[in-house]
Design a protein around this ligand. Structure first.
Ligand code: SDX
Length: 427
């Protein structure tokens, strides 16, 4: 018997079906609520509302679990290449060696970006935030690759996927080079996906490029950890923009802007700025903890808390361990890491944080590794976007393949009513 819930309203009883997922989460299907009852629901921030059914990623916030297409984030972060994980998220299965090689080869074929895009980058001041430049450059891809995706053509969809997978890292690397005032590098088709990203970001024209295995392994792990995360703010943005049948590149450009916010992907930059402020202030973590708990102070402990995880963010555990390894391998002793660990320990023993189930999230330690790799703070969220790209693609593709309706939430109007217009001469 299908499970249902009952709603009693205005002396009537209504029934709504329950939907159970493969990980046993259960939701109330309210697709007929307004038609049956005239009622809508109200849920600012969608804290209790599911926007879709999805096969891509699953989080268990209470247990601190994250799985991409059923594979645990721990297994993928330890054993996979980022491009393998991108293939898994987008196409639903881990690739064979032959499938991965073809994917990489097809991406290399698309890795030249129209030279005129450099003119757009050149028009930005050096002081422009890289996320603003990246969102503009990504949207501009539509101008240089105008053919819209025929969602019913697997070939069309595949070509759009390899195009954005190829050109997006080039644009990300270019924003890094712009920040550093360095000449722009081209993609190198003899390198793997992550090594090529490192090459485009770090290769100096005056020297031969030598791959750095420590850097590549750290980048590979960070990109995997950021690759997807259910219906977070930026992914929901990509989905809702795409639901109007706007193109893939335009939808991803919108997602980049959503990710930029300090409450979302911009938090990794805000965490480093916070830790540097604490360090500059003599390392007085207690002062900043008090600020974070003071309701009259807008300051938040950046990198702490999460809408879904009410336990440890599994990605934060992995990144914290990796931060120790990378700094040791690079021979770096960064006082910021010690401050971060001290802050974490204080918060994990402070009733304000414990009662609210506020734990370190993915953004708390990631910046420490990026900094050790020589990536400037303002580039941290670009690195987040570089990792999240396959997740955005996978979710956009699923939304279009499922022929989801255009996203258009309802509201409860609380404004003035029955106003009588008076001519301006009488106001
Ligand atoms: C990401 O959704 C995703 O999956 C996102 C992400 C992904 O991979 O896509 O995981 C990436 O965005 C991680 C989150 C990065 N943001 C930050 O680190 C910014 C700091 N964190 C907070 O702003 C906050 O925790 C959010 C935005 C992450 C979550 O906010 P919610 O779920 O809306 O929770 P809330 O603001 O209602 O907070 C509940 C309580 C409040 O106190 P009370 O009103 O109950 O007294 O906890 C407090 C908040 O004031 N609180 C914090 C806090 N986070 C929440 N207090 C101090 N410092 C914090 N960081």
């Amino acid at each position: 018997m299908d499970k249902k819930v009952q709603l009693i309203y205005d002396n009537n009883t209504y029934e709504f079906p329950l939907v159970e997922g493969t990980e046993k989460e259960t939701g109330i299907d309210i697709k007929t609520l307004r038609a049956q009852t005239g009622l809508v629901t109200l849920d600012p921030g969608f804290k209790n509302s599911g926007s879709c059914q999805s096969e891509v990623t699953f989080l268990n916030g209470e247990k601190g679990e994250l799985k991409y297409r059923g594979y645990s984030i721990e297994d993928l972060a330890d054993g996979a290449d980022f491009l393998e994980v991108a293939y898994l998220l987008i196409f639903g299965e881990l690739p064979t060696q032959a499938q991965l090689e073809k994917f990489q080869s097809d991406i290399h074929k698309e890795s030249l970006v129209d030279e005129d895009l450099k003119l757009i980058l050149k028009s930005f001041p050096r002081s422009a935030h890289p996320m603003g430049a990246l969102a503009s450059l990504t949207s501009a891809l539509t101008a240089f690759n105008p053919e819209s995706v025929d969602i019913d053509s697997d070939q069309d969809m595949y070509e759009a996927i390899v195009t954005i997978m190829a050109k997006f890292p080039v644009l990300c690397a270019w924003t890094h080079r712009k920040v550093k005032g360095l000449p722009l590098n081209y993609s190198n088709s003899s390198l793997g996906y992550v090594d090529n990203i490192a090459q485009m970001m770090f290769r100096r024209p005056t020297e031969n490029y030598v791959s750095n295995d420590i850097v590549n392994r750290a980048l590979n792990k960070l990109l995997i950890l950021h690759a997807d995360h259910e219906q977070n703010c930026s992914t929901s943005t990509v989905r809702i923009v795409g639901s109007s049948h706007a193109g893939l590149f335009a939808s991803i450009s919108a997602g980049i802007s959503a990710l930029w916010g300090p409450l979302h992907g911009g938090a990794n930059q805000a965490v480093l700025e916070m830790l540097e402020a604490i360090n500059k202030d003599g390392g007085d973590t207690k002062k900043f903890m008090a600020k974070a708990k003071d309701k009259n102070d807008p300051f938040r402990l950046m990198g702490f808390g999460h809408r879904v995880y009410k336990n440890f963010d599994p990605r934060a555990r992995i990144i914290k361990k990796s931060a120790d390894e990378v700094l040791n391998e690079l021979g770096i002793n960064d006082p910021i890491l010690d401050i971060a660990k001290g802050l974490e320990q204080e918060a994990l023993n402070d009733p304000y944080f414990v009662d609210r189930k506020l734990y370190p999230n993915v953004d708390f330690y990631s910046g420490i590794i990026y900094r050790a790799l020589g990536i400037p703070t303002e580039m941290f969220t670009v690195m987040f976007a570089l990792g999240r790209l396959p997740g955005w693609i996978a979710q956009w593709r699923e939304m279009r393949k499922n022929n989801e309706p255009i996203g258009r939430p309802r509201q409860i109007y609380t404004g003035q009513v029955d106003k009588v217009f008076t001519d301006i001469s009488k106001r």
